[in-house]
Design a protein around this ligand. Structure first.
Ligand code: ADQ
Length: 454
């Protein structure tokens, strides 16, 4: 069995992470063992040193700090202020800075140089996400000949959107240097194919899962990320008896819990969601005092202005709604900006009667899947899910809503609250089956099989 060398921008060594990539990669690496290479979250003033190696169970972590300038320009700049909004169709947030692209190229090259000595014959290299699109070409330049695969956790934009990025050709060429390129949904794969076909690479061929043209020959396919269904079920069950979940359940005083769990990010549709909940209370006076909406949103990318702004907006909106509707013994919204252990989070999902997962765009969205897996099959809650999350493809038995349409989201929540037990059970059964068919093991196995077939 080959070793897997997973590479991602950020590696959360032994720490809690509220990011979907980390959850997926860790589950895959723990299963078969391997190396996880990337940034350790620290910032230094001098040059990037060689990676520190630390073994924990089946996973060897090889991590290094980022230089301050690279943190600003490669991480906050090109990755999170240029590629992230572009790939999430948020052109209003997107702005371009050539210096930041240069930093992106520099860090991809540096990562390749630091990683190359750790690679052994027979290894398979699996690169994750939009921060490292240029890594394969840099690794090839460093003499690495082993198969290299890339998985994009976020959506891939269509031709018209991607062309807003001045160096879009360099990014497409970067993707073509991989042996395997994986996407979350068919829609993303199609966008990639269209981009290649309309590129100036020469005549493009799209056949047999090979996307090819003069300058590109790559196995491109859809690998929707899954979850560890049985593990989450177990965690959620165990959590119910623990003090934090028991205290939380007590504090509801028999009211129904509506929950949202997302990194604090403008792509997650949080202001729209808050307003939809407000509309629900506005239009259904009988629900006032009967529901508690808890939104958990740990801050992320606090160095990027758009994230500071969305945080302020949410604090204000939550404050306004509470100010308008709260009673002495009832607070309509509980808004929490912190991380929780996986167990506590799964316990909270289990006791929630409704989950609202309404991103404006999302590659997949693991919280939607985790909510379904955490439910008691005898008395499951209902999921309100954005049609613009990749997860809507597999979870089409959720109550699907357009996240931009506040009325639609508000009606979706209402429908979920009122859903009869028999219908909740039926929908839950269908969704669990979909999750079990395509769990985290299948995601990893299919990708690694495709890579080892190269
Ligand atoms: P994210 O945008 O981070 O992931 P998501 O898929 O929902 O979004 O994953 C978040 C993960 O973090 C979940 O496993 C969740 O349980 C956990 N989490 C969230 N809040 C937390 C908290 N307060 N404390 C602890 N844990 C918390 C990116 C893409 C997604 C894609 C994933 C995986 O943007 O579209 O689904 O990668 O590919």
């Amino acid at each position: 069995m080959s070793r897997i060398i997973a590479v991602s921008n950020r590696v959360p060594v032994g720490g809690k992470s509220s990011g979907g990539l980390a959850v997926g990669v860790l589950a895959a690496l723990e299963e078969y063992g391997g190396v996880w290479f990337g940034w350790n979250g620290e910032i230094v003033d001098g040059d990037m040193p060689d990676p520190e190696i630390e073994r924990r169970g089946r996973v060897t972590y090889a991590t290094l700090p980022l230089n301050r300038q690279d943190f600003d320009d490669y991480y906050n700049g090109f990755s999170n202020n240029i590629l992230w909004p572009l790939f999430h169709f948020q052109l209003g947030v997107f702005s371009y800075d050539r210096r930041q692209f240069e930093a992106y190229c520099r860090v991809n090259a540096l990562f390749a140089r630091k990683l190359a000595p750790l690679i052994e014959p027979g290894d398979l290299i699996w690169v994750h996400d939009y921060h490292l699109i240029l890594l394969a070409s840099e690794l090839r330049r460093a003499g690495i000949e082993q198969p290299i695969g890339f998985f994009l956790h976020v959506p891939f934009p269509g031709v018209d959107v991607l062309r807003a990025l001045p160096p879009y050709q360099a990014m497409l060429r970067g993707l073509c240097a991989y042996d395997v390129v994986g996407f979350q949904t068919q829609r993303d794969l199609r966008s990639f194919e269209e981009n290649i076909a309309q590129q100036d690479f020469g005549d493009a061929m799209l056949a047999d899962r090979r996307v090819g043209s003069k300058g590109c020959d790559v196995h491109a396919d859809v690998f929707p990320i899954g979850i560890d269904v049985a593990g989450i079920k177990r965690l959620a069950q165990e959590a119910v008896g623990t003090p934090p979940i028991a205290r939380m359940a007590d504090s509801l005083h028999g009211r129904q819990l509506v929950i949202g769990v997302d990194r604090l990010d403008y792509s997650k549709g949080l202001p729209e969601r808050f307003r939809a909940y407000e509309r629900l209370l506005e239009q259904n006076t009988d629900l006032r005092g009967e529901l508690v909406f808890m939104q958990i949103a740990p801050p992320s990318r606090t160095g990027v202005r758009a994230y500071v702004e969305i945080r302020e907006e949410l604090e204000q909106t939550a404050g306004n709604i509470n100010g308008r509707y709260a009673e002495m013994d009832w607070m309509p919204i509980r808004y929490l900006n912190r991380k929780y252990s996986r167990r506590t989070l799964m316990g909270l999902l289990r006791i929630a009667r409704v989950a609202v997962v309404t991103p404006l765009r999302d590659g997949m969205n693991l919280v939607a899947k985790e909510y379904v897996a955490a439910q008691d099959p005898e008395n499951p809650g209902a999921l309100v899910l954005s049609t613009l999350a990749g997860a809507a493809r597999e979870l089409d038995d959720a109550t699907l809503v357009n996240p931009y349409d506040i009325e639609d989201v508000s009606e979706g929540i209402m429908q979920a609250i009122a859903m009869p037990l028999a219908e909740r059970r039926e929908r839950h059964r269908a969704m669990i089956e979909a999750l079990e068919r395509n769990d985290i093991t299948r995601w990893r196995t299919r990708f690694v099989d495709a890579l080892s077939g190269c």
